[in-house]
Design a protein around this ligand. Structure first.
Ligand code: AMP
Length: 212
């Protein structure tokens, strides 16, 4: 099963991807996490991507398409994958089609812009494995420490409110057209983000199973 999770930054795609990954046993491919890892390691890809990411802009299509292509050709993606944060532009979606990747469902996690700001200001991520937490809605078991790997939880540079505004603009201009792109193919299912993560997850699982 190949799934795409669509949604504004901070809508909770990463968290829902983690939940689907556990429930349905398919890996999550997050281009944001791959890029952050590359930045941390200081690779050539990281150097190319860093300034775009820090300013809330998108990394050029050709760069992300190539890295996605490599990642989904790895063994663990043989039986399917969840794409979190890709595609983010129509050319990226077209590139997936050209690669012959069959997408079963595109699940949009919908959260209005007003709520996004509050959510992102409280977001904390693990600097080692990228797992996502929230100071109010999804607290780790031990304050400041990742439940999954014991790494330190930090605030992402691009979760600064000024950068978040720019990321939302980029989302509306460049990523939202994907809703029409996939809706016209009959693939889009919209999940309304709920106050409680577990309630959103219940809806997401229904969407994956085709019961929403
Ligand atoms: P994310 O963690 O998905 O919010 O991604 C963080 C940042 O990585 C984005 O703001 C972009 O700068 C970059 N990025 C991640 N995925 C993509 C993509 N599919 N296309 C272009 N840029 C991306």
């Amino acid at each position: 099963m190949n799934l795409i999770l669509l949604g504004a930054p901070g809508a909770g795609k990463g968290t829902q991807a983690e939940m689907i990954c556990k429930e349905f046993d398919i890996p999550t491919v997050s281009t944001g996490n791959i890029l952050r890892e590359a930045v941390k390691k200081g690779t050539e890809l990281g150097l190319k991507a860093k300034s775009c990411m820090d300013s809330g802009n998108l990394v050029p299509d050709e760069v992300v398409i190539e890295l996605l292509k490599q990642r989904i050709s790895e063994d663990d993606c043989k039986n399917g994958f969840i794409l979190d944060g890709f595609p983010r532009t129509v050319p990226q979606a077209e590139a997936l089609d050209k690669m012959g990747v069959r997408i079963d469902k595109v699940i949009e996690i919908y959260v209005p812009d007003e709520k996004i700001m509050g959510r992102l200001s409280g977001r904390r991520v693990c600097e080692d494995c990228g797992a996502s937490y929230h100071t109010e809605y999804k607290k780790p078991d031990v304050c400041g420490i990742c439940n999954l790997c014991g790494g330190k939880l930090v605030q992402r540079k691009d979760d600064d409110p000024k950068i978040v505004k720019d990321r939302l603009t980029v989302f509306h201009e460049q990523t939202e057209p994907l809703k029409d792109y996939y809706s016209s193919k009959g693939k889009l299912v919209v999940v309304e983000g709920q106050e409680e993560v577990k309630d959103t997850t219940a809806l997401t699982f229904k969407a994956v199973r085709g019961n929403l």
